[in-house]
Design a protein around this ligand. Structure first.
Ligand code: SAM
Length: 357
């Protein structure tokens, strides 16, 4: 084994050949030499090694393969060694696909940037490409990014009925998902459309921005035009009632007259999207609570209940950290005083409720 190419070609075969060996010390000697050789197979980005398997050249995390080798070297019995070897071989060569995403569960240890905890803390917004922080009330791109990777496959269809500045559709383009977004305010929809169209489209997906009221829009003609029948994921980020007023339009959820009115308007949107989502697939609602007349209004939980009444199964309640709006940030001292004097806490979180149909 002289050149990296030769080592790359042999790497997988040598690991496979260990499965036939009966001498534990011999296996460990081989694994130790592979562990050293792995350094020479590191790709240009410095994180992965390139290995030739039976039918492909694959990238595998250098750090992870070293950990796997370590685990094998620390075993005491041949049975345990072969168990780990077999697991490693599978993760290198067998694709174990999820039903609702493209994650290979045989390589789940590599997805260390995919969150599985119910507390999401982001310190910075992704501002790359066409993602702009300017639209007041937009969510950070990491939210759709995380959700799309876990709950959709490439080429599937995603619906966002409260599109705003189009964060979801930009992520759809980056991740190779087709997307439809509905935005009530025509002018916002137009600006969003031109921004979204300027985002690169490496996977050649379809992206459609529609201006209309999500509670009333008839999706059938649109779906027919797009030559599809249903969506595989829906992400809803409605106004948090009147915390931010988006327009004077009476159909705008931020103009609801009361909590009941807001929930009634939200329910109509949920009713309208429900038949469009495939059974067994997921819908996420991103929402926060509000504070009014000395009382905490649990808007998030009310909306969660609406979704459950509709027949959705609640799968997770995620708490995400939330940066105060610019207005509140400028009055930080004042709000701190108000909180101390008024016996309440200042909002620093919002919810991502995850449902399955
Ligand atoms: C919280 S923002 C969504 C922001 C979006 N996630 C983003 O990243 O830009 C809510 C959006 O819903 C829109 N909206 C309010 N009522 C609506 C309705 N009935 N149908 C469609 N859009 C509506 C508002 O104009 C606003 O742009």
């Amino acid at each position: 084994m002289n050149s990296p190419e030769l080592k790359r070609d042999d790497f997988f075969l040598i690991i496979s050949s260990c499965m036939d060996k009966t001498n534990l010390d011999e296996i460990k000697r081989i694994i130790t030499s592979l562990k050293n050789i792995a350094t020479e197979l590191i790709s240009e980005d410095g994180n992965n090694i390139l290995i030739k398997t039976d039918n492909a050249i694959i990238e595998y995390s250098y750090k992870l393969i070293q950990k796997e080798f370590e685990q094998i070297l620390n075993t005491r019995t041949i049975e345990r060694t072969k168990y780990y070897l077999n697991r490693l071989l599978k993760s290198l060569s067998v694709q174990k696909e999820g039903k609702i995403n493209d994650l290979n569960l045989n390589r789940w240890k590599e997805y260390d940037d995919i969150i599985t905890d119910s507390l999401w803390i982001f310190d910075k917004r992704d501002t790359s490409g066409m993602h702009k922080a300017g639209y007041w009330g937009n969510f950070i791109p990491q939210i759709p990014n995380q959700l799309l990777r876990r709950f959709t496959k490439k080429g599937e269809w995603v619906l966002d009925p409260f599109l705003g500045s189009g964060t979801t559709l930009i992520e759809c383009k980056r991740l190779g998902r087709n997307g439809v977004g509905v935005e009530l305010i025509k002018q916002v929809a137009n600006t969003t459309e031109s921004n979204v169209m300027r985002e690169k489209n490496p996977f050649k997906v379809n992206t459609k921005v529609v201006s209309g009221n999500s509670a009333a829009i008839d999706y059938k003609p649109l779906l027919k035009k797009l030559k599809m029948n249903s969506f595989q994921f829906v992400i809803m980020h409605p106004p948090y009632w009147d915390i931010i007023k988006f327009s004077d339009n009476k159909d705008d959820l931020s103009n609801a007259k009361s909590t009941q009115d807001f929930l009634g308007m939200f329910k109509k949107v949920a009713d309208n999207i429900y038949p469009l989502l495939d059974k067994g697939r997921y819908c996420a609602v991103v929402i926060g609570d509000k504070y009014s007349a000395g009382e905490w209004i649990p808007l998030g939980f009310y909306v969660m209940q609406e979704m459950m009444n509709k027949g959705f199964k609640l799968k997770s309640t995620i708490i995400k950290n939330f940066d105060q709006t610019t207005a509140k940030r400028n009055q930080k001292e004042l709000w701190r005083y108000r909180a101390l004097a008024g016996g309440f806490y200042i909002f620093k979180h919002e919810y991502i409720f995850l449902f399955q149909k």
